[in-house]
Design a protein around this ligand. Structure first.
Ligand code: FPP
Ligand code: MG
Length: 298
């Protein structure tokens, strides 16, 4: 796929994901409207929408054609955004910028940011449950909700984040670091690909392959995050660089150096792409998207 085609296709998918997400955001009305404003602030701050796009592409690749994917696309972005709002809080990374704007606690205050994160996480499950009313297979819908709940929780993103926080400022072994990366970052990519496939009626074997792909690109994505924290700029990244050093964090770059970090991110991505090529269905754009993540600039 040419660079030009990739860029215009990515724009098209991002616009579609944005349209879907906007339909499911809470209305900024009622006595509690300050809460919905805080929830929507970060949801509207210009994220790449990578997880909903991955979910949609996996659904289409495996033959999904319905609309029931849409509440799930909005939900995975709500889960992801909740994690960013909480990750930036003073008790965690204490970062004042995210997605090119002030972080939620910097604008709305710490207590409102905690509640906005909680409410977005809850809103995600409320939104997923709406797909039961859209004529989708209830067994597949229930299973997809279960996948996302697991990949978000103690056996997924939150488990990884908990170990990340617990080990803050302490030296880590490669195994501990890879556990954190697979769980805190990989799990949501795994969940996105798997839930999309599940709703399309994929086999257990196909779901297992997508779980491995999600894990590989998730770890590569987090390694790239570490590289950008050292070699990127706030202007392009939309958040401060040097956050890991400020927080005394052991990262893939501090353990292995910039060169090996780049090589390993590429190798993981190639492994994921080979695995993808064994699955059925149209995957030209998804393949290029996965490849593009290993050298993303933001
Ligand atoms: C950036 O995604 C996000 C990551 C690299 C994941 C980091 C993991 C956490 C923050 C887990 C935190 C969990 C909790 C519960 C606090 P992106 O580059 O896709 O961001 P974008 O959506 O802004 O483009
Ligand atoms: Mg963090």
């Amino acid at each position: 796929m040419s660079d030009k085609t990739f860029v215009s296709e990515l724009e098209r998918y991002t616009k579609y994901a944005n349209d879907v997400i906007h339909r499911y955001l809470p209305r900024e009305t009622g006595t509690q409207k300050h809460l919905s404003e805080a929830m929507n602030y970060s949801m509207n701050a210009g994220g790449k929408r990578l997880r909903p796009i991955l979910m949609y592409l996996s659904y289409r690749m495996l033959g999904g054609e319905g609309k029931e994917i849409e509440p799930f696309m909005a939900s995975i972005e709500m889960i992801h955004t909740h994690s960013l709002i909480h990750d930036d809080l003073p008790a965690l990374d204490n970062d004042m910028y995210r997605r090119g704007k002030k972080s939620t606690h910097a604008v709305f205050g710490e207590s409102a940011a905690i509640l906005a994160g909680d409410a977005l996480l809850n809103c995600a499950y409320e939104t997923m449950a709406r797909s039961f009313r859209m004529g989708a297979d209830p067994l597949l819908t229930g299973r997809a909700i279960g996948i996302l709940a697991e990949k978000t929780g103690v056996h997924g993103m939150l488990g990884g984040q908990a170990v990340d926080v617990e080990m803050d400022g302490k030296p880590l072994t490669t195994e501990q670091l890879e556990f954190i990366y697979e769980y805190k970052t990989g799990a949501l990519m795994e969940g996105s690909l798997m839930a999309g496939a599940c709703l399309a009626g994929a086999s257990d074997e196909q779901m297992e392959a997508l779980e491995k792909i999600g894990s590989e690109i998730g770890i590569a994505f987090q390694i790239r995050d570490d590289i950008l924290d050292v070699a990127g700029t706030q202007e392009v990244l939309g958040k401060p660089v040097g956050s890991d050093e400020k927080n005394n964090k052991t990262t893939y770059v501090t353990l292995h150096g910039l060169k090996k970090a780049g090589e390993d991110a590429q190798a993981l991505t190639q492994r994921a792409v080979r695995r993808l090529d064994e699955l059925p269905g149209e995957k030209g754009f998804l393949r290029t998207l996965l490849q593009s993540l290993a050298d993303r600039k933001y």
